[in-house]
Design a protein around this ligand. Structure first.
Ligand code: 4GP
Length: 839
């Protein structure tokens, strides 16, 4: 690559110490400098937002040196790189996390204090980039943190949605969606790189021709071209110099104005074209574990995939690496099927743009991709109607047909005369209207396929991808999810972090297995009492916060029973609600009953089009209205739906929990990651044998876990045998009373219609087996209540939970991906001085 020569008269420019220094005085000076020169303010007239921005730039400066060093080193070494393709990255606020990773949290806090500012207040000012829905997007963010911390060259590729996940308001108990304008005050963490923009084609038709060597070639003549502009965000690693990149693509019109139309007086026509192109990256689809099948969604997927692959070719070129070595340079992880069109797009680029023949291209493609499945729910399996697909991506449809032709031949050879199998496995669903099956394309085009917890991978092989497991047993691996202890312990829970570090040193933040050393303090009453005191203080903080937001008193001495995650029937927030009503009924029957005081906290968003999920929110709020006001309850029960759950808010919630509700129907939750965050922070889990709960139980020990409910196998058997929820309703008087109370309008001002859809669904279908698990759940909750009364025992159990969650660090997950799928090597980065110009 050509670099511009530096004129000889140019003076030597050192990268200033004020932009790199980590001591308190330098940080203060740099902060005031940024306030003045970037925000254009001095302290007397600066707002809290100005201060936040000035601090963000101060921290960003410190990252830049590491970022450029890292890029330069990777580039020089041509290092093998993980490309993590994901339609979602739910990053959470950057500031605190970067302070932790740079090891300057305490210094910066002190610097701010000396300037009369409160770091926690500045944190509150950060608009978090909510570019994801839930588990899948947050996992991608944890993985970027671990990739950098493990010094692994990597790029996260995704979409820079202008509007991320909606803000949630609650009005009259119902969820109301509000547009998320996260970019309103600017984003100090990103850098636009318009010089690396690419063009993405859509629609049109294809033309076959013979090239000058007599080879059959195909030309795609699109009818629309959109530009993708990359925005880069530095991703720091924990106490290493590595700083990787998250590259998000924004869509822009090729010419922001159609001047012909403009000159002809058609101003709005000219602007329309621009608007239409930019729609592609406008908004995140707000569904979790569900597809909506909208044309714009497929456009988004193809848009960011094509941009990212073209970017990889640019990198290859710059590093002088032959196209034939694409798969040696890059390993691409497909985060669910959302980026799966990459299989066809890489084929197209290799063949149509670089003239490679089919077999060679196919071998590169299948050596490059690996696919992670995140859900077993049928409504989440992506398939696109052929007609829609073909009109948007005509060349890709041809390529998919050709992949399918080869694939069906392979099946015929391995399983002769099995027509059923052919139609089950085909990339094209031909049972009615014809569809492209994206999961099948992902399986065929990848060399590795993984589920996200042991049980999930087993069920994938048994059910959803059974045929593929028979066809390609060697492709299947399990990689159990993990979460980053930097954000979810060190940053979220500084008190616990200090206590642990005072006993076992600070290495555990990087090597989470070291937490095992805490086990030796389990009989140390001094330590246990500190552990307990800390939990109490954090609960007090959350109570104060809640009081400020909702004007509700919650007692930090009560058991904090928390369920925070997306609202979904399979996650069974309504089972939790049935438990609350059960306790309430017991109090109504006997107001003097001796029960353990509890605070029930819920958090989570419902997809805007998911009626049942929204009704569950309304039900929780309606129960809260009655229970919180009833004098018979005497504050022994408190129920609160915390609105607008976000990463920022989650960081307050995990450390304050006593009990973590992980109560999905067995066989439905692929893994869960909230379950891990709660357990690390010393909450006990009440849960089914589902997803990663199984492994959490294995690690922490059955005696430190509240297990209930049917197993995945029992669930299937029950359904196969003809499950009738009314058998449970009519034989369990407590259940009957709960359902009758809700149906009678007791929680809805006498309105018997409001919750009817929910109740009828439970009475006549109960797809997620709430009634079948009700008794076991209630009995288990009774054990929880009793155990909580023995605070010594409870603390011992929570301590052992924290001590035994080392396995659930995302560092372990990433190491598994590296060892079993990516085969990358760490590249350590030496920090060097930047001196430019001069002689
Ligand atoms: C989620 C799964 O529901 C959750 O169990 C898992 O922990 C998470 O992915 C990360 O693997 N799936 C989705 C989705 O978010 O949209 O399919």
């Amino acid at each position: 690559m050509q670099t511009a020569p530096i004129p000889p008269e140019c003076p030597t420019v050192r990268v200033e110490d004020d932009r790199t220094g980590l001591d308190i005085e330098t940080l203060k000076r740099a902060f005031l400098d940024n306030l003045f020169y970037i925000q254009g303010k001095f302290p007397e007239i600066a707002t809290q937002n100005d201060y936040y921005m000035a601090l963000a730039y101060t921290v960003r400066d410190r990252l830049f040196r590491r970022w450029l060093n890292t890029a330069e080193t990777y580039s020089k070494q041509g290092a093998r790189t993980v490309c993590y393709l994901s339609a979602e990255f739910l990053m959470g606020p950057h500031l605190g996390n970067n302070l932790i990773n740079l090891g300057i949290f305490d210094t910066v806090k002190q610097a701010m204090t000396e300037l009369g500012l409160d770091l926690d207040e500045l944190f509150e000012k950060e608009e978090e980039p909510g570019l994801g829905n839930g588990g899948l997007g947050r996992l991608a963010a944890c993985y970027l943190d671990s990739l950098a911390s493990l010094e692994t060259p990597s790029i996260g590729y995704g979409i820079r949605y202008e509007f991320g996940i909606f803000d949630q308001d609650i009005k009259d108990g119902w969820q109301v969606e509000v547009t998320d304008k996260w970019l309103r005050f600017g984003n100090p963490w990103e850098v636009a790189r318009p010089e690396w923009e690419v063009e993405v084609k859509f629609g049109g038709h294809t033309q076959a021709f013979t090239d000058e060597h007599g080879n059959y070639r195909v030309l795609w003549v699109p009818d629309k071209v959109v530009r993708g502009v990359p925005y880069d965000t530095p991703i720091s690693g924990y106490k290493v110099n590595s700083c990787n990149t998250l590259r998000l693509w924004a869509a822009e019109a090729t010419d922001s104005f159609d001047f012909d139309a403009f000159n002809a007086g058609d101003y709005s026509g000219a602007v329309f074209k621009k608007m239409e192109s930019e729609t592609i990256s406008k908004v995140l689809y707000p569904n979790d574990n569900m597809t909506q099948g909208k044309i714009l969604r497929l456009e988004q997927q193809f848009f960011f995939v094509s941009c990212s692959l073209q970017d990889m070719f640019r990198i290859l070129k710059r590093q002088n690496i032959a196209i034939e070595r694409f798969h040696e340079k890059f390993t691409i992880q497909l985060n669910d099927t959302h980026p799966t069109i990459a299989v066809a797009e890489l084929m197209r680029l290799l063949m149509d743009e670089y003239g490679m023949e089919w077999d060679k291209a196919w071998s590169i493609v299948t050596s490059t991709f690996a696919y992670t499945n995140h859900t077993l729910l049928p409504e989440a399996l992506e398939r696109w109607p052929i007609s829609l697909f073909g009109s948007m991506l005509p060349r890709h449809l041809e390529i998919i047909y050709e992949i399918n032709r080869h694939f069906l031949d392979d099946i015929r050879i391995k399983f002769p005369d099995d027509l059923d199998r052919l139609s089950r496995m085909s990339l094209i669903d031909e049972s009615g209207e014809r569809y492209v099956r994206m999961a099948h394309l992902a399986c065929v085009g990848s060399h590795a396929i993984n589920g996200v917890a042991a049980l999930h991978t087993k069920l994938l092989k048994q059910d959803v991808l059974h045929d593929f497991a028979e066809m390609y047993p060697e492709k299947f691996v399990n990689v159990t999810n993990g979460v980053t202890p930097r954000r979810f312990v060190a940053l979220s829970n500084p008190r616990l972090t200090r206590l642990i570090t005072s006993k076992i040193g600070g290495n555990w933040i990087k090597h989470l297995d070291d937490l095992r050393q805490l086990e030796k303090y389990v009989d140390d009453t001094g330590f246990c009492s500190e552990f307990r005191t800390i939990k109490h203080e954090i609960k007090q903080d959350l109570s104060n916060y809640i009081k400020g937001l909702y004007d509700i008193n919650v007692d930090p001495n009560s058991l904090f029973d928390i369920q925070s995650k997306r609202i979904h029937e399979y996650k069974r927030q309504h089972l939790n609600a049935l438990h609350i009503v059960t306790l309430y009924n017991r109090i109504k029957a006997n107001p003097d009953i001796d029960i353990t005081p509890r605070t029930f906290l819920f958090g989570g968003k419902a997809a805007p089009g998911y009626y049942m999920a929204k009704l569950i929110i309304k039900l929780i709020n309606s129960i809260a209205d009655v229970v919180n006001r009833d004098p018979d309850v005497r504050d022994r029960l408190k129920v609160l739906f915390m609105k607008d759950y976000s990463v920022k808010f989650a960081q307050r919630v995990y450390p304050a929990a006593d009990l973590s509700e992980q109560i999905s129907t067995a066989g439905k939750e692929a893994s869960g990651t909230g379950n891990m965050k709660f357990a690390m922070n010393g909450a006990l889990t009440i849960g089914t044998l589902d997803g990663a709960n199984v492994e959490i139980l294995e690690e922490v020990g059955a005696e430190n876990f509240f297990l209930f409910g049917l197993t995945a196998e029992e669930v299937s058997q029950k359904k196969a045998a003809g499950y009738n929820p009314q058998d449970f309703y009519s034989t369990d008087p407590e259940l009957k009373l709960v359902i009758d109370r809700i149906s009678s309008g007791f929680f809805s001002h006498g309105d018997t219609e409001l919750f009817k859809p929910l109740i009828d669904d439970l009475m006549y279908h109960d797809q997620y087996l709430l009634f079948a698990d009700y008794r076991s759940y209630i009995d288990c909750q009774d054990r929880v209540g009793l155990t909580y009364r023995d605070q010594d025992l409870w603390t011992r159990m929570t301590l052992l939970n924290t001590a035994r969650t080392g396995k659930f660090s995302s560092d372990r997950s990433i190491q598994d991906y590296i060892d079993n799928i990516w085969h990358t090597k760490p590249v350590s980065i030496d920090l060097k001085e930047y001196v430019q110009g001069g002689s």
